[in-house]
Design a protein around this ligand. Structure first.
Ligand SMILES: *[C@@H]1O[C@H](CO)[C@@H](O)[C@H](O)[C@H]1NC(C)=O
Ligand SMILES: *[C@@H]1O[C@H](CO)[C@@H](O)[C@H](O)[C@H]1NC(C)=O
Ligand SMILES: *[C@@H]1O[C@H](CO)[C@@H](O)[C@H](O)[C@H]1NC(C)=O
Length: 805
């Protein structure tokens, strides 16, 4: 029945639902009738805030009910409508308060913003006036004077204002009229009662409210006419006030009321009872009928109800009553811990967020009031985060430093909240942050540079060395891939020399290296991670090729057998120890592999000539005697010092002569044209050249003897080479015997023997060669190539680069 009445009421409201919005204080404010249907639209937030509907959801707008109080309304993000989400009963919410207001927080993020929405709940006449009981018993002495007043407990109506009790109607009767003054309802005796005429009577009292439609409630006043009872009970105070801390133990006496009645006996015996109290209040308070003690019998919570108002009734033995009011104020006790709510959190957090970025929103609440509800919020030290107080009880969690996932990949942040109560209560909450990776570390090679050593003639595909780089980033951001940077090694691409395994960094030789072509080269290796964009770093890998004895010594002088036919002329007058000639050989290898030694194998006369072991100088061992054979052949072996040693051989022809005229064989030897004139010219020329050189060599030997310690003598006592063998650059030998030319090539330096040092010359001139081509152009080409091939920086002779690591 009640529902039906409400429904019809709603029909009326539904037709003219006037919801009115007020922006007077910048806050949103809506008026809505109580008992509005769930799902009804209260207002359009998007429109009233001037935000697009899309912005509402992008800013994560939401309605925030404080603590665990009911969510009376909700936000429809699709339309921007604020809708009713719960039953809103003004009468239970606000009781008798004239204005009933619900405050709702609307939280928007980015930036964090709080909008207060105020809902004014309008009363609807949904409650009828009601008397405490269906009937009121009154006992009135027949002697009561005209004009005597009898209090009637007023009717109650949960509605307010217009909808509250508006007027009373008393059923027409002979004795009483109704006087309503300041909400105090009294029956006034107009005509005296006569117990003999009427012993009792029933009067119907109707209370009407001012609502539309009007609602009413009735009570039957049953008057019994008695003999004597002169005085009403009188309360010592019209209003009792008491303070009671919440959570007080049950049984606590809150206040004791007392009323006195001037009558004697049963007429003066006062009993107490509650007047109109709600069902809820009846479960909390009790009154001792005799003593008037009001006790606590239920739990009271300041946060639920902060004050109570009770009507009390004192009644004497014969039913005369009077009323008083008791107001109980509940005082707050710090019984609620602060509560921490995480409103939003950016998790995981990229490590490159700049310091000062808001990464979370925290809301703290404490249901207590005053200091008991004042909350201080803090965060532990030593984390790169801080709390910044924002609007009301909101805090932003912001970063204070640059984050680095490689140092700390996650954080447990403890937020503590403590209230100002006594004793204080506190709460804490742990927030876990993971830090997400950003590709901020380039791979770093473990070594500054890498050296690889490989013996020449290596196998294709043999492993040279491995490079390794570390990248502490996560997954693909830290996955390193190796590659060779494109470049040239002596005009060929790097890739034709080396290859690298992209995953392992192992470097392989692509070809077989030849020490005689290049002794070392450098390549750049890049390590790159797989991030986007990728980061990289480069390193230099130097490849050093070590020598293998793979070149036989090459004899430059005398010319190989068969290709030419040279004869050294030896004067018979030469004394023992004289320098006669010199075998000149080179070896393209280096170090021990090119340290040459010279041996005579098949001498015509074993005791006559000896060869310098390392100088190749051929000297007489004794004076040449007349009995010595005119033609001497020396078979010379030139060996290097490699393991195993390689060797070459040559034959040195020597012709001993007394006088120039005694050189008949020359004709045969030189294969000249058979013109006697030409022959004699040639003979004269040859002899004079030989003589000149013999003299020259003696001077050189003398000089050398004086300057023994001077390094690097040219062909130390190089008697064997006619001056015409030397290139023009070398014609000029200074006093120290050092070559002045810049075009020299340091083919080899022995460990000790300076005498075997020699300089070889690149720019031989064909014109300086004799007609029979002692030095063949092909061998020169080889040497030139040899020199050009050294692509590494020129390494000084005494460097220890051949030592293997
Ligand atoms: C954070 O807490 C979790 C769970 O208690 C734990 O597994 C993790 O190791 C903690 N991290 C740090 C950085 O303390
Ligand atoms: C790698 O770094 C980029 C930013 O540089 C980031 O977007 C990506 O998520 C990272 N990858 C991993 C697996 O963490
Ligand atoms: C590595 O070398 C390449 C090619 O020369 C260049 O593009 C790159 O910037 C270099 N990287 C670093 C870290 O120097």
């Amino acid at each position: 029945m009640e529902d039906k009445g409400l429904h019809s009421l709603w029909m009326i409201y539904g037709l003219a639902l006037v919801i009115h919005t007020d922006f007077a204080h910048g806050d949103l404010s809506y008026s809505i009738p109580e008992e509005i249907k769930r799902g009804s639209v209260i207002g359009n937030i998007a429109k009233d805030l001037g935000l697009g509907v899309g912005r509402l959801s992008s800013r994560n707008a939401r309605v925030d009910a404080e603590g665990n109080r009911k969510m009376y309304c909700d936000l429809n993000l699709a339309t921007g409508d604020l809708i009713a989400a719960e039953r809103i009963d003004r009468d239970s919410l606000c009781g008798k308060k004239a204005s009933c207001v619900i405050k709702v927080d609307l939280v928007l993020e980015n930036p964090l913003e709080l909008q207060r929405v105020t809902l004014h709940i309008q009363d609807v006449n949904d409650n009828s006036p009601q008397f405490k009981a269906d009937s009121i018993e009154m006992e009135i002495h027949e002697s009561a004077d005209k004009g005597t007043r009898f209090s009637i407990e007023e009717a109650h109506d949960a509605d307010i204002g217009q909808n509250f009790v508006h007027k009373y109607d008393l059923q027409k009767n002979d004795n009483f009229v109704l006087v309503v003054d300041n909400n105090k309802v009294e029956l006034v005796l107009e005509n005296r009662l006569d117990r003999e005429k009427q012993q009792d009577m029933n009067l119907l009292l109707t209370a009407l409210d001012g609502g539309s439609p009007q609602r009413s409630g009735t009570v039957v006043i049953h008057v019994t006419v008695l003999d004597v009872n002169d005085n009403d009970p009188v309360f010592s105070q019209a209003l009792y006030q008491a303070n009671l801390p919440e959570n007080s133990p049950l049984g606590t006496v809150i206040v004791t009321v007392s009323a006195t009645d001037a009558d004697e006996g049963i007429h003066g015996e006062v009993t107490y009872d509650f007047g109109h109290v709600s069902n809820d209040d009846e479960k909390i308070f009790s009154i001792d009928q005799k003593s008037g003690e009001i006790r606590l019998i239920g739990a009271i919570d300041y946060e639920e109800t902060s004050n109570y108002e009770l009507r009390l009734k004192a009644k004497d033995g014969l039913g005369l009553t009077s009323y008083c009011k008791v107001i109980i104020d509940i005082t707050d006790v710090n019984d609620n811990s602060p509560r921490i709510f995480l409103k939003s959190l950016n998790n995981p957090l990229p490590e490159d967020v700049s310091p000062g970025t808001e990464v979370g929103i925290i809301n703290v609440q404490d249901r207590d009031s005053e200091n008991n509800g004042k909350v201080q919020c803090s965060i532990q030290q030593n984390v790169p985060f801080k709390l910044v107080p924002s609007i009301k009880n909101y805090y932003s969690l912001v970063t204070t430093n640059q984050l680095d996932r490689e140092t700390t990949s996650d954080y447990n942040i403890t937020i503590s909240a403590t209230d100002d109560g006594y004793p204080p209560l506190s709460a804490s909450k742990v927030i876990h942050f993971s830090i997400a990776d950003v590709n901020d570390n380039a791979p770093v090679f473990e070594e500054h540079e890498y050296n690889a050593y490989v013996t020449e003639n290596n196998q294709q595909g043999s492993r040279l060395c491995a490079v390794a780089a570390r990248d502490p980033d996560w997954r693909q951001n830290g996955t390193v891939v190796y590659s060779l940077l494109t470049g040239q090694v002596s005009d060929s691409p790097v890739s034709s020399y080396l290859s690298i395994n992209g995953d392992t960094g192992v470097i392989h030789a692509v070809r077989s290296f030849d020490y005689e072509q290049y002794r070392s080269f450098k390549v750049q290796v890049m390590a790159r991670d797989n991030g986007s964009p990728p980061l990289s770093s480069n390193v230099t890998v130097s490849v050093f090729i070590t020598d293998v004895n793979d070149n036989t010594p090459q004899i430059l002088y005398p010319a190989p057998e068969g290709k030419s036919f040279m004869t050294e002329l030896v004067p018979r007058s030469a004394q023992g120890g004289s320098l006669m000639s010199k075998v000149i050989a080179v070896d393209a290898d280096s170090g021990q592999n090119a340290w040459l030694s010279y041996h005579i194998i098949k001498p015509t006369d074993p005791g006559l000539f000896a060869i310098g072991l390392h100088s190749g100088e051929i000297r007489t061992l004794r004076d040449i005697s007349d009995s010595d054979n005119m033609k001497q052949n020396l078979f010379v072996v030139v060996k290097d010092n490699g393991q195993p040693a390689l060797s070459s051989t040559c034959t040195m022809h020597l012709l001993i002569f007394d006088h120039l005229a005694e050189v008949p064989e020359l004709k045969d030897i030189a294969h000249e044209e058979n013109s006697s004139r030409l022959t004699s010219h040639l003979v004269i020329a040859l002899v004079s050249v030989s003589t000149f050189f013999l003299t020259f060599i003696i001077i050189i030997v003398g000089l050398r003897f004086c300057r023994r310690r001077k390094p690097r003598l040219l062909f130390d006592g190089a008697v064997a080479i006619p001056s015409s063998y030397l290139p023009p650059n070398y014609a000029d030998v200074d006093a120290t015997g050092t070559l002045r030319s810049a075009y020299n090539y340091d083919a080899y330096l022995t460990t000790g023997s300076r005498t075997s040092d020699f300089k070889f010359v690149t720019s031989y001139n064909d014109n300086t060669l004799p007609a029979d081509q002692t030095l063949r152009k092909t061998s020169l080409d080889c040497i030139e190539g040899f020199e050009d091939a050294d692509v590494s920086p020129k390494v000084g002779p005494s460097h220890s680069k051949h030592t293997h690591v």
